[in-house]
Design a protein around this ligand. Structure first.
Ligand code: C5P
Length: 239
């Protein structure tokens, strides 16, 4: 893994307090695209462009590290240059799992960073409003803050082809990204075995951290299938 500095932004990033890690290294096999998901076309440009541009334009974000799919580091750097995404401090090669990709990107976050936001490139429609809610919540003394949405369906745990349990929907939510963390707390959570954690909050929770919740955003749809991509395109057009 060789971190690459696309624009000489690293020096500027030295005084940055809030860093964003944008994980974009997933294969996107469920999308049915030949390219990795981050480079599937969304409204005529790579999916990654939308979240990268939004984070770069956000007044809450000082510096960005992108985790790109193996062999797609160069296209990611070129995309950042095309977008004039001047906050991109490094593009790293992602890992085999999301947690590995975050770990590699975290290694490029400056030691003096105070807050790290971790965002999935697979959720293109990130708005400043949700970032602001997360940072306000973080300022209330928690170790992390995540956006959540209520669950509409009844959720059941199944085992062996049968229902094992019906869960209490009132206490359940779905977790989105971006997720915000006190930088040191996130680093501590990533020192041990990260296993198959599908979000960073799970690792911070496991490490004894307290993670607050804020209202999520229904437009922060995660692109997994081609139908999701079409939905995000429609949402983008209806702005
Ligand atoms: O696979 P999934 O859609 O859950 O991935 C969530 C996010 O994590 C995506 O933005 C994807 O690009 C990223 N990811 C990654 N490295 C991996 C797997 C996923 O950066 N090995």
């Amino acid at each position: 893994m060789t971190p690459q500095d696309p624009s000489g932004a690293s020096r500027e990033a030295e005084g940055a307090h809030t860093w964003a890690i944008l994980v974009a290294a997933g294969s996107g096999s469920r999308l049915g695209s030949e390219r990795p998901k981050a480079f599937a076309a969304l409204a005529g440009r790579p999916l990654l462009a939308e979240s990268l541009e939004r984070l770069d334009n956000s007044p809450w974000v000082d510096a960005i590290v992108v985790a790109a799919p193996p062999e797609w580091e160069e296209p990611a750097i070129l995309l950042a240059e095309e977008l004039v995404a001047s906050k991109v401090a490094a593009v790293v090669t992602g890992g085999a799992t999301r947690a590995d990709s975050v770990r590699y990107a975290l290694a490029e976050v400056a030691q003096n960073a105070l807050v790290v936001l971790v965002h999935d490139a697979a959720r293109p429609l990130v708005e400043d409003g949700v970032i602001e809610r997360l940072l306000v919540r973080l300022g209330e003394g928690v170790d992390g803050a995540i956006p959540v949405l209520p669950v509409a369906d009844t959720i059941k745990r199944v085992a062996g082809g049968a229902v094992a349990e019906t869960l209490d929907r009132e206490s359940l939510v779905t977790a989105q990204t971006p997720q915000a963390f006190v930088a040191d707390r996130l680093r501590s959570a990533f020192t041990g075995e990260v296993g198959a954690a599908t979000d960073c909050s799970a690792l911070v929770e496991r490490n004894g951290g307290r993670v607050g919740v804020v209202a999520g955003d229904p437009r922060l749809v995660k692109v997994t299938t081609a139908a999701d991509l079409e939905l995000v395109e429609r949402l983008l057009a209806s702005r």
